[in-house]
Design a protein around this ligand. Structure first.
Ligand code: CMX
Length: 443
């Protein structure tokens, strides 16, 4: 009986997706048939040297990023998501964000609950994967462990089975969806095992059938604090997706385009996320803030902060948590972090320093004149919020980012399969050929 119910519940997501996929496949076919050769953009030599910078050359359905208004999940800003998506307490359920990214629809409370229950039913790991994670050296960076853990989930994945069987290409998305749901359901446990092994006593509670993704994650990490679960709901929402061109999403898409399953694709995406200019920045921010705090104490002045930031700049280092390749305003996700602090946290010296940095650093970066965007990004505040609730092992922070980004990257991969996107294959140029092309273009 319970089994039948699960199948029916799962189909409601599947049926909705199937209808939308049929419509969108026709849109792609029409676009290519009628306008496949239409030129819509130009590219400069500078963009090529800077790694396809700003080039509009990928299809990604789940979110868009505007330099001035920030991220939109299926057309909704994060405040709109907060207002309209089914919530637990005051924050959207990460499951409702996942439903939105997968389908483009705001789920009803019962649909969000269907997905919550579906994911909770898949949350445990095979024993051999737990044993493998437990055998990893504690000193191995948590992001490497996470990538190994996610890679290992590929054993017996549904997509490979479909590929090796006589499944039609048009139906690949169905097995990709199965794998995507497994990834999002299981990655919190991988993350929690890594945390408990690296920083605690290695003991971990089982995932609960009745909790949402965030609470299950928080409990497995070892917390029993509803406010921390609330922060995790916010965290998992804020980091879930950031359009398709960022390093981790693009890597996942690229690897997936060669028809790798979502586990191996996202494991590659996690290695991409682990770079200090990308997802590792949240770890770097907290390290930097703690150093600053040690020097300036609990009640610093703006001048104290300025002096410390000058020191960072003089060493030729970037100010972590500031700047962005696309955004040209303070990251709306950072502003929501500040809002969260205002609503939930009375007084916290480190978070006060985060606010003071926001007053001081943009002007300093403007004066330095290098960074195109002198404003804070999402990483400027996330670590200090986690620190407030006692999660202080900053080497773990990017793992939480990775748990969250699985939501967006896996939803995108379902759509990559759904739209029958082909293998990605741009053409690289030697410096000599680029110089020749520049000359030809000018003559
Ligand atoms: N502090 C000091 N200098 C900075 C800076 C910062 N926060 N951000 C950019 N700059 C410098 C760059 O190093 C570059 O200098 P050079 O010309 O000497 O090489 C110059 O300003 C121009 O860079 P840009 O075009 O504004 O920035 P990019 O698009 O190349 O890089 C980013 C964007 C995020 C990598 C960069 O701003 C940075 O390193 N920030 C700090 C790290 C960080 O917070 N990363 C997290 C980003 C969010 C994410 O992806 O998760």
């Amino acid at each position: 009986m319970a089994c039948k119910l699960l199948v029916r519940k799962f189909q409601s997501l599947r049926v909705i997706l199937e209808e939308k996929i049929t419509v969108n496949r026709e849109r792609v076919a029409k676009l290519r048939r009628d306008n496949g050769e239409t030129v819509i953009d130009q590219i400069t030599a500078d963009q090529i040297v800077k790694g396809m910078r700003g080039m509009r050359a990928l299809v990604n359905e789940t979110s868009t990023l505007d330099p001035y208004s920030g991220i939109k999940f299926r057309g909704l800003t994060i405040p709109e998501c907060q207002a309209r998506l089914p919530k637990k307490h005051n924050q959207p359920l990460p499951e409702s964000v996942y439903w939105l990214l997968l389908t483009g629809d705001i789920p009803t409370p019962s649909q969000a609950e269907e997905l919550r229950s579906e994911l909770a039913s898949r949350a445990s790991l095979p024993q051999h994967i737990e044993d493998m994670l437990n055998s990893l050296p504690k000193s191995l960076h948590p992001m490497v462990q996470l990538s190994i853990g996610v890679n290992s989930l590929c054993e017996g994945n549904q997509f490979d089975k479909a590929f090796k069987s006589d499944c039609k290409r048009a139906d690949y998305w169905k097995s990709a969806l199965e794998d995507a749901l497994n990834l999002v359901a299981k990655i919190p446990r991988i993350a929690a095992i890594i945390y408990r092994n690296a920083f605690k006593d290695g003991k971990i509670c089982a995932p609960s059938q009745s909790c949402d993704l965030a609470e299950n994650l928080g409990r497995m990490l070892g917390w029993d604090d509803p406010n921390f679960f609330e922060l995790l709901r916010l965290y998992l929402t804020l980091h879930s997706d950031h359009e398709g061109g960022n390093v981790s999403a693009h890597t996942t898409h690229l690897v997936g385009s060669g028809l790798c399953d979502v586990f191996r694709s996202y494991s590659s995406g996690l290695n991409a996320l682990a770079g200090p200019l990308h997802g590792l920045a949240n770890q770097e921010v907290l390290k930097w803030l703690i150093e600053l705090w040690k020097i300036v104490g609990d009640n610093p002045t703006e001048d104290d902060i300025r002096k410390y930031v000058e020191g960072t700049m003089k060493k030729g280092q970037v100010v972590p948590g500031y700047g962005h390749a696309v955004l040209r305003v303070p990251d709306p996700r950072f502003l929501i972090e500040l809002e969260y602090k205002k609503n939930y946290i009375q007084n916290d010296p480190l978070l006060n320093i985060v606010e003071l940095c926001y007053k001081v650093i943009p002007d300093m970066l403007k004066q330095q004149g290098k960074a195109k965007n002198p404003y804070p990004n999402v990483d400027a505040g996330s670590g200090a919020l986690l620190h407030h609730y006692g999660l202080r092992e900053y080497e773990f922070f990017t793992v939480l980012f990775g748990v969250s980004r699985a939501i967006g990257c896996s939803a995108s991969q379902v759509w990559d399969r759904a739209l029958l996107l082909p293998i990605e294959r741009p053409i690289s140029l030697t410096l000599e050929s680029l110089e020749e092309l520049v000359q030809q273009a000018k003559s």
